[in-house]
Design a protein around this ligand. Sequence first.
Ligand code: C2O
Ligand code: CU
Ligand code: CU
Length: 518
Amino acid sequence: QVNIFNSGPATQVQKFIATLRKGPPNTLTQLPGNYLGPILNFQQGQKVRVFFNNNLKEPSIIHWHGLHVPQHSDGHPMYSINTGEQFVYEFEVLNRAGTSFYHSHSHNLTAEQVYRGLAGLIVVNDGDEAKLELPGGEYDLPLVIQDRSFDSQNQLQYLHAMPERIMGFLGSNILVNGKPNAEFSVKSRAYRFRAANGSNSRIYKLGWEDGTPLTAIGTDAGLLAKPETRPYIMLAPGERVDLWLDFSGRKAGSQLTLYSLPYSGVMPGMYDRMHKDGGGMGMMHSRLPQGGKFPIAVFKVSEKVSDSPKLPEKLVSFQRLTERDVDNAANPLPIAISMQHMKPLLNGKSFAMDRVMDFEKVALGSIKKIKIFHDHDSAGQHSGGMGMMGGMQHGDNEHNGESGDHKMGGMGGMGGMGGMGGMGGMGGGMMMEMAHPIHLHGQQYQILSRNAAKVKPADYATVKDGFIDSGWKDTVLVMPGETVEIVKPFQDYKGLFLYHCHNLEHEDLGMMRQFYIG
Ligand code: C2O
Ligand code: CU
Ligand code: CU
């Protein structure tokens, strides 16, 4: 029996205890002095039982993002438990080797609970992967990227004001594996870094400072068929990418910085501009704009070594799913993104706990084509929505009036909103569009196509080479105006499985729906 206390010096303490009984001794990798949960190491085929004890003063439930598990163990918010209660998860690890992550999923509380530390990595290993002799042990490292803000007491600061809720919270500091100013001491050889974006809403464009390309060997929850080398890699909230970082040939004492490189177009133009023009509008508290350039981690070569594993030409084999594998090629299931009254919606609806029986039905065992797109018809109602937001903003300020800081930010935001409301008609439906990382629970899917005809080419050019669509995915970044078609199997388990935007503020605002598989 192992107890894990998830707390850290720089955080308001959030404690939870996960207990794994009779697990192999290496099931947990502790990250000492860290507000992230320990890494859970699973083998494909392993049967897992987790005892989740809620010691928070509010409800919580944990979801195993990326793992294909039965409804009961998937962390649907309807299973949220109260203070002092215990939830027992039981599942078999069906996934192939890859990286997933667990996090809180209690509706309306997800964003803040994850923000304050209820998240950790899951590593699944299998036999196919073992044959590849990829870098292991001390050469196989986590790279969990999060942005956080701290108050004057150095405590985590989370804002509930309207701009943060509607656009997503952006923190001012970048943490890697729970630490600021991350540094890795590496040998001159190849490493496997399991990068995960555990941020609430920040999208990273990973790239080396010196323009060296990046190589991926895996996406969300599985290894690729073969490595992919890109000038940069986009990583949206909820996404993972297995990186092959090769320092061989580099001198001892040299160092290399991994950056988030600049890109544009994921926020509505108006916000983008307000942001860049600086604090005048007071819209966002973060000193790091979405799409700005900033360092993520420094890699210092400590020691020159002569041998290094070689990057395999081929990784694992799996079936590439196509239109021929689905039973609804002409009739894809829609996931329509829209915005109404300052609420981001899926298929025109908002998730609420008293509507958990509102779902789309899918036959168990089927493989479906799903079309994720921006719905301009409902998006057209924006100018009305703007007026609404002014009102909500005001209410919010009164509510959060205790902090002068927040109030200032909020008031600035209100001014900004007023301006936007006035221009809503001009901008039309496109104006409020932003990028959304769309996540589907259950089995992994594959990406069939992207149609960026309606995306501003100048913006798309800053991100398009960073999408790795050749592997298994569970979260996909959909740019404003973009349409993404995916193929998803609905096998093995009956029941309710969520799909939602992984901008966690959007998720909490109700940008979430569910499939009933049966
Ligand atoms: Cu990572 Cu339903 O979430
Ligand atoms: Cu998930
Ligand atoms: Cu979203």
